[in-house]
Design a protein. Structure first.
Length: 118
């Protein structure tokens, strides 16, 4: 449902249905932002973030259905840029994505490099 809404809101959206697939795609393709669900089959979103962050500074917005994990998500060093609790309003998700993209763009304009996945 969120993919459909975001596509209708002029985002180019691609979905991976588990953490391993997401990491494989991030290794071979470039994306502007990652919306990462914590509860995925196999490798959960926090494990994906842990694998991703040492090599990639892509903006990451976490979706969580479990409010008690929010402290872990925003803990310094984990690396999420923002989070929303599910279920979330698609308009709020879209606004948060746009804000993160603007922030990333301003960093690039200042000449701060964005390392790519290696």
């Amino acid at each position: 449902m969120l993919c459909t809404y975001l596509k209708g809101d002029d985002f180019d959206v691609e979905a991976a249905h588990n953490g391993s697939d997401a990491l494989a795609r991030l290794a071979t393709e470039q994306f502007d932002l990652l919306v990462l669900d914590i509860m995925m089959p196999g490798m959960d979103g926090l494990a994906v973030l842990g694998e991703l962050r040492p090599h990639n500074t892509i903006p990451v917005l976490i979706l969580s259905a479990r409010g008690e994990e929010i402290d872990d998500i925003v803990r310094p060093g984990l690396g999420a840029d923002d989070y929303l609790c599910k279920p979330c309003n698609p308009k709020v998700l879209s606004a948060r994505i746009r804000a993160l993209l603007r922030l990333a763009e301003s960093r690039e304009l200042r000449g701060e490099p964005r390392p790519r996945w290696r």
